[in-house]
Design a binder for this molecule. Structure first.
Ligand SMILES: Nc1ncnc2c1ncn2[C@@H]1O[C@H](COP(=O)(O)OP(=O)(O)OP(=O)(O)O)[C@@H](O)[C@H]1O
Ligand SMILES: [Mg+2]
Length: 350
């Protein structure tokens, strides 16, 4: 548990942990934001105790690019690292995602996918690169042959990305829906589903990657004339959404603030329980000051769920007494809680 007043570096520390575990930033939009103001580069080093022994991870960010090393050697295949590592982060920003735009919900899904399928990271990068080029060509009114060079890769990688998202939703939904019914007793039931942009591209149970890829390619050409006018690609996983409903109603429009929080809490707990069920161990959990954003009852639920998981949890707070109390209530005693103080970017035990 990391305690410190506002602006001392608690979230920055979790940011570093998240980067070491996923190679992605936690709250920053771009890697460059992780570099100290006025500095050329940022470096994070981390030591992981893994089943196959200890591993040392080193990540350097310079000029917006990232170089990762595992045990001193350049990390070529991120799978080497991620196979052994799952991390779930929960931040106050997450609490707004139910009612926000679809990009935050896609990110929620993709982060959940990355824990199960590390290749999602490089696929997402390839996909975005192809998408940007295709959109650029659409805007320029470039010749068909140029644009078509990107349609194939977009449809192929897009199908992979989308099938993994659908799969993770199928896996974690039962856990999340059960957690929701426990947090929000007596309220409407939670339902999560994958929402596709484009009526002809709806999910088909058991569809293969190549079949979906062919449908996506068809979808791209069917919309070509309209997309040319608008200057962007209107179908594909970048345009899809996670649909969340309470009872029959879309949560995005109708969930109260409290219900929206309960939904996010349930999703995260569902994700953690699913990882434990699939991988036989709990993921590393990063909780950034979430307790202060939840009401006492939901906070108690969160603490009880965490206590039951028995994984490693790093949490930040401005008020450790309050949190230790909630943890003690959940565990019966404070257990092995270690407290660290964060002041002006330095971390000290105590
Ligand atoms: N790239 C950067 N270079 C230097 N300082 C930065 C950078 N990004 C953020 N900071 C600063 O680091 C400080 C610590 O930020 P951080 O978000 O970690 O605080 P915190 O302890 O989590 O505070 P809070 O309790 O308010 O969430 C802030 O003053 C912030 O402005
Ligand atoms: Mg913070």
């Amino acid at each position: 548990m990391l305690e410190g007043p506002n602006g001392q570096g608690k979230t920055n520390f979790l940011e570093a942990c998240y980067l070491a575990c996923t190679l992605r930033p936690l709250r920053a939009q771009r890697l460059a934001e992780l570099v100290n103001f006025g500095a050329d580069a940022a470096r994070v080093t981390a030591q992981f105790e893994m089943r196959g022994g200890d591993r040392a991870v080193e990540i350097e960010i310079a000029q917006g690019r990232r170089v990762a090393r595992l045990d001193g050697k350049p990390l070529r295949d991120p799978d080497e690292l991620f196979r052994e590592l799952a991390v779930v982060a929960f931040t106050p920003d997450d609490l707004s995602l139910v009612r926000a735009g679809p990009d935050l919900r896609r990110r929620l899904l993709d982060r959940a996918v990355q824990n199960r399928h590390p290749a999602q990271l490089s696929d997402a990068r390839d996909y975005l690169r192809a998408l940007k080029s295709r959109n650029e060509l659409l805007r320029q009114g470039a010749p068909d042959a140029l644009r078509e060079a990107f349609d194939g890769p977009l449809a192929q990688v897009g199908a992979r990305i989308r099938l993994r998202r659908e799969e993770i939703l199928r896996e974690l939904s039962p856990f999340a829906e059960r957690a929701f019914s426990q947090v929000a007793r007596g309220e409407a039931t939670l339902a999560l589903s994958y929402q596709v942009a484009g009526g002809d591209l709806q999910p088909i149970v058991g569809e293969s990657e190549s079949a979906l890829s062919a449908r996506l390619a068809q979808g791209l050409s069917a919309r070509l004339s309209r997309d040319r006018l608008r200057g962007f690609t209107s179908v594909g996983p970048h345009a899809d959404d996670l649909s969340i409903s309470l009872g029959e109603k879309p949560a995005r429009a109708f969930a109260s603030q409290g219900q929206a929080r309960a939904i996010v809490l349930a999703f995260k707990i569902g994700e953690i329980e699913n990882l434990r069920a699939q991988q036989g161990r709990a993921p590393l959990l990063l909780l950034d000051d979430v307790s202060s954003e939840l009401d006492p009852e939901r906070n108690a639920f969160l603490m009880r769920s965490l206590a039951a998981l028995a994984g490693q949890v790093l949490l930040t707070t401005t008020d450790a007494d309050h949190l230790v109390g909630a943890l003690r209530d959940a565990r019966g005693e404070a257990g092995d809680v270690r407290l660290y103080q964060v002041r002006a970017g330095r971390i000290q035990a105590g």
